[in-house]
Design a protein around this ligand. Structure first.
Ligand code: MRU
Length: 345
């Protein structure tokens, strides 16, 4: 990949500003944990695994600045930092997974000298980043056999290198198939309102010379009916115990279209996206975002002043529309409940 989504350099967290892509490639430097939290809220960085990595790095950044003499004092401040980061976005469970991991790590090392502990916390955050890269490569490897030679693949939103530490989940499968020389083609839904498909997926696939065609969201059915789509691959923000999967708004409609046209619908995600404490998708909290994302495209107003607007950022695809869930630990097919549980054994 020819770009870095997020990295830790010289006590700063540096991330590519995903609000400005593809027009400008600007890297933002966060010097405080509050700046990292703001970057997640404002979608400078987005995508479930990437915000998990950002939270871990934000916590590590905050930990470096804690002034305390005793562990209890240190941990009180540390918890505040964790809670601020956990409050940034509600749907992607990877965020809470990362925060919990960083909290647990700190508690498990309570007997270590505080200066040393700060260093270990930083190393742990870097581990969250590096492991995510490896996880995505494994998702790609596990999912690659599901992609036929010459496949025309529809994807929605951006579940790519930009949404992760690198390589991607849905785009990880696509990258693996491309690297295997399968001569695949990608159709990218533009993904209104934030345009992750048009701005980010098209951009990163073009950078890697993977053939991509951009379509608007409402064209998916047209191309499926014409027999121009062989399979769908999307990412996920949270998957419940029964396999219901929350992902970017519009995913549910694509899944129904795929079922109607007998097209396999795959969800690619790391096991940190699984929330087995939730029985079904109805329990997944759905983020409502600023209505300006709907009424404006960048600074251009496209709706009348004062119009009533709704802007849920995610929807839930019921398990019956999902052909398989591809994780770094293996591929799970319906019925999902037992298969998903087994991934943790
Ligand atoms: O609002 P976003 O851009 O953070 O939403 C991202 C998605 O819905 C992705 O498909 C999902 O997080 C999977 S990323 C590997």
């Amino acid at each position: 990949m020819s770009f870095r989504t997020i990295e830790w350099t010289d006590e700063e967290v540096v991330m590519i500003d995903q609000r400005l892509l593809p027009v400008r490639e600007i890297y933002v430097k966060c010097r405080t944990y509050q700046e990292v939290a703001e970057a997640i809220k404002e979608m400078i960085i987005r995508g479930a695994p990437a915000i998990g990595v950002a939270a871990a790095m934000g916590i590590a950044l905050g930990a470096q600045g804690i002034k305390a003499d005793r562990f209890e004092e240190f941990y009180r401040e540390y918890e505040k930092i964790c809670d601020l980061l956990a409050g940034t976005r509600p749907t992607a469970v990877n965020l809470f997974w990362a925060v919990d991991r960083m909290k647990r790590f700190c508690l498990e090392h309570k007997d270590v000298r505080l200066e040393k502990l700060k260093e270990l916390i930083k190393i742990e955050a870097l581990k969250v980043h590096d492991e995510d890269l490896e996880i995505n490569r494994n998702i790609g490897e596990n999912g690659n056999p599901l992609i036929p030679k010459g496949a025309r693949i529809l994807t929605h939103c951006n579940a790519g290198g930009l949404a992760t530490a690198g390589y991607g989940t849905a785009l990880g499968m696509i990258r693996a198939a491309h690297e295997a020389g399968k001569e695949i083609q990608v159709f990218a839904d533009e993904t209104r309102p934030f345009l992750q498909g048009a701005r980010l997926t098209a951009w990163e696939l073009m950078k890697d010379n993977i053939p991509v065609t951009l379509i608007t969201d409402n064209m998916a059915g047209y191309f499926m009916k014409k027999g121009m789509i062989d399979l769908v691959i999307v990412g996920a923000d949270r998957i419940a115990a029964n396999g219901d999967a929350a992902n970017k708004i519009g995913t549910y409609s694509v899944a129904i279209l795929a079922k109607e046209h007998n097209i396999p619908f795959y969800v690619a995600a790391p096991i940190s996206t699984l929330d087995l404490a939730l029985k079904g998708g109805d329990e997944i909290p759905i983020e409502e975002r600023n209505i300006r994302e709907v009424t404006h495209i960048f600074d251009c107003q496209i709706a009348p002043d004062g119009v009533k607007v709704l802007n849920p950022a995610f929807d839930v695809t019921p398990n019956r529309y999902i052909t398989a869930i591809i994780t770094e630990k293996g591929v799970v097919k319906s019925p999902f409940e037992d298969g998903l549980k087994r991934l943790f054994r």
